[in-house]
Design a protein around this ligand. Structure first.
Ligand SMILES: C[S@@+](CC[C@H](N)C(=O)[O-])C[C@H]1O[C@@H](n2cnc3c(N)ncnc32)[C@H](O)[C@@H]1O
Length: 602
């Protein structure tokens, strides 16, 4: 209590004694479970996705529950806010989505992301910053740049009554500086003794409410009371004594008043000096708390997202072997050795549901006007073909055989060949295949004799089966054509690849045309395809949504213009001919649909 008094932390109100807490004693408040502060910032986030979560919400969750270097999993990726935020805060991440649209959005959001560079605690710059903040000598222990040690965080003082009460330095300062205050007070009281006029301040006769004269800047109110006959107590001394402009003093009174003012100022100087030292001591001894959302940035650096991979159920070829390790003839389905479905009854229910949706939604392509709308769609009792659909090609009615792939699994080229053969035998004009996934080799198959084969990819929403309303809305069946590609031998052992666009079926004319590159968001090259996994060795962006645009502006000075240009291009950089004899090209549109095509390069 005595120390709190010396520190000027007590305040009397009536008969009660209160603790005087200052605004800057603790400028931070713990967050509660009511996060109303995240609302407004959510509106200023750039929008990528219709159900995008505010970055600040995700940030708080991550900062509350993880440390730098930890792994964050978000199985409902959406536009990738979790990955985006985790990346900023030095957390590793995995994120998953059933929607290719979401994955495509998240991928380009991360690729174009820019972040501040936070000083690592485990670095020489971090050690220097820490020393600067704590006003101590920098550590000279070796550093390893480990993210696990975290960042250098800003912090906030937390002055509590406890830290004041336990601060023995206050007594030392008091003992050293109080004599000067006492002496100045004695001088003041001597100068004031017998002063015949009211003081322009409230002294209140030592009762009732008093004004806090001790805090610089406090307004003093004239009340016209006389100075106490036995002099001021320390806490009664007025802060100032303004001159009354309407008053003329006789010479002798004027000199006395000047002397009083002089003593008044001397008292306050001593009083404020004591308070300053005590306050500084309180601050220095107080606890502090880290602000984990305020690491110190190094403003000379900009960070981009670290390397990440996108794994998907990608078109892949499975090489089946039989009991004596012989490769099974991959064309056996074409010879009718494979069955259309393991359990025809289950398949019928699935096929029925798919047809209902297909009837309502039609088949979409990159451009709206190329949508195939069925004038009629009925079941067809084929081995492979499940339905017959009619549509108008200009004025001519065409008949399409509809092949439906399995509910779980990938359609392979032999399946398509067998189905197309059935289409030919049954006199259809065209085949429309609907499947969740196609293997790599089916991408090369687009025609059997006169039968054109259109491969539509089914939206995973169709896995919801009967729960999905057949509204006809949504991109449920989308054809994303073959990439139209030219491989150019540079004559020096290297080749380049150029993409011209993707092939699109024109239902108006029945033609297949190559469209420009604007429908392509991203294309990637595996320059030495091993026929198992697609390794992204080159990646190029095209089309309107240049994810690197903002990044380019920021990093203009850092990065060679030519290198940027080569990333935003329809032509690859030259690369050595593949040892495997094959390259693979993967093309992705803005909806995240992808096609992969394999080419032999001799
Ligand atoms: C509300 S969004 C997430 C939004 C995200 N936090 C953001 O900021 O953009 C939910 C996501 O979960 C995905 N989703 C729904 N069911 C899923 C499942 N079973 N497995 C994985 N993802 C799923 C949806 O495709 C959708 O993108």
């Amino acid at each position: 209590m005595e120390r709190a008094r010396k520190a000027h932390r007590l305040k009397g109100i009536g008969k009660s004694l209160m603790y005087r807490r200052r605004l800057d004693d603790y400028a931070a408040y713990p967050a509660t479970n009511n996060w109303d502060d995240v609302l407004s910032t959510g509106f200023s986030d750039e929008r990528y996705y219709v159900v995008q979560t505010g970055a600040k919400v995700v940030q708080r969750c991550i900062l509350m529950t993880t440390d730098p270097g930890d792994l964050v999993l978000d199985p409902t990726c959406g536009s990738g806010t979790t990955a985006y935020v985790a990346e900023q805060w030095g957390r590793r991440w995995i994120t998953i989505d059933t929607s290719r649209v979401a994955i495509a959005l998240a991928r380009s959001r991360l690729m174009g992301a820019r972040y501040p560079y936070y000083l690592l605690a485990d670095s020489p710059e971090g050690q220097r910053k820490e020393a600067e903040v704590t006003r101590s000598v920098p550590k000279s222990t070796p550093t390893h740049g480990s993210l696990r040690q975290g960042f250098v965080y800003d912090r906030v003082r937390h002055i509590t009554l406890k830290s004041i009460a336990n601060n023995a330095e206050i007594d030392v300062i008091w003992d050293r500086m109080q004599p000067a205050v006492d002496a100045a007070l004695a001088d003041l009281n001597a100068a004031c003794a017998g002063w015949p006029e009211p003081f322009p301040v409230t002294t209140g006769g030592r009762a009732g409410q008093r004004i806090d004269f001790t805090t610089p800047g406090t307004v003093t109110l004239p009340s016209g009371e006389m100075a106490p006959a036995d002099g001021f107590m320390e806490w009664e001394v007025p802060r100032d004594w303004p001159m009354d402009p309407h008053k003329t003093y006789v010479q002798n009174m004027y000199e006395r008043r000047t002397k009083i003012i002089h003593c008044l100022h001397a008292f306050w100087e001593a009083r404020i000096a004591r308070q300053r030292e005590i306050d500084a001591s309180i601050k220095a001894k107080a606890d502090f708390e880290y602000l984990y959302d305020k690491p110190f940035p190094d403003n000379t650096k900009t960070r981009v997202a670290g390397p990440f991979t996108v794994e998907s159920l990608s078109p892949h070829r499975t090489l089946a072997v039989d009991w004596d390790d012989e490769l099974i003839d991959t064309y056996e389905a074409a010879e009718g050795k494979r069955r259309a479905s393991e359990n025809p009854h289950d398949f019928k229910d699935f096929a029925h549901m798919i047809l209902e949706n297909l009837r309502a939604a039609g088949v979409q392509q990159a451009h709206k006007e190329d949508r195939i709308t069925f004038t009629a769609l009925h079941g067809w009792p084929g081995n492979w073909i499940a339905a017959e659909g009619t549509f108008m090609e200009g004025d001519v009615q065409r008949r399409a055989g509809v092949f439906i792939g399995p509910e779980f699994g990938t359609v392979s080229r032999p399946d398509l060949v067998a189905a197309a053969r059935e289409c030919g035998d049954a006199g259809f004009d065209i085949m429309i295949s609907c499947a969740f996934n196609y293997d790599a080799h089916s991408s090369e198959f687009d025609k059997l004799g006169r039968i054109k084969v259109l491969k539509a990819r089914m939206n995973p929403d169709l896995h919801m089966g009967g729960d999905l309303k057949t509204t006809g809305a949504g991109n449920l069946f989308v054809i994303f054509g073959e990439p139209d590609i030219r491989i150019v031998d540079q004559g020096d052992g290297t080749v380049t690849v150029q993409v011209f666009g993707v092939d699109v079926f024109k239902p108006q004319t029945g033609e297949v045309q190559s469209e420009g590159t604007e429908g392509i968001a991203l294309w990637m090259l595996d320059t030495d395809y091993n026929e198992e996994s697609f390794f992204v060795r080159h990646a190029y962006f095209l089309g309107a949504n240049d994810p690197y645009k903002a990044l380019k502006t920021t990093l203009k000075a850092e990065i060679d213009e030519e290198a940027w240009e080569s990333l935003y291009s329809d032509t690859s950089r030259p690369f050595a001919k593949p040892k495997s004899g094959r390259i693979a090209v993967k093309v992705i549109n803005h909806l995240g649909d992808e096609v992969m095509k394999v080419f032999a390069v001799e």
